[in-house]
Design a protein around this ligand. Structure first.
Ligand SMILES: [Zn+2]
Length: 109
């Protein structure tokens, strides 16, 4: 398997089915109450944890980041996520999301 660059906008726009399935599994773990020690889809270690970002007023993102292999999954939320917690808000990821948002606004699709 090739390492994935989840920062690539191409991946984000057209994620492979496997990646979608992996993300669904991560979201299921979150729904069941896990915010860390979630199984990483890349290295299979229980090293993934959840982060949230709030890059704009009504924009929320849920991130899964593996502390072992660095794998990342990002979910765009249409509203404030049910499990959103201010103490799990990640400023670094949020800066990235904010940048992505503003670059999107510049080029209409
Ligand atoms: Zn990993």
């Amino acid at each position: 398997m090739q390492p994935e660059d989840s920062h690539s906008p191409k991946n984000e726009r057209n994620p492979s089915r496997t990646e979608v399935e992996e993300t669904v599994a991560l979201l299921k773990a979150l729904v069941s109450g896990s915010i860390d020690e979630i199984e990483c889809p890349s290295c299979r270690r229980h090293c993934m944890r959840v982060w949230f970002t709030n890059p704009a007023q009504a924009e929320f993102r849920t991130w899964f980041v593996c502390s072992h292999c660095g794998a990342k999954r990002r979910v765009q939320d249409s509203c404030r996520p049910r499990f959103y917690r201010e103490d799990l808000r990640n400023k670094e990821l949020e800066a990235y999301d904010r940048e992505l948002l503003s670059s999107r606004r510049l080029k209409p699709e």
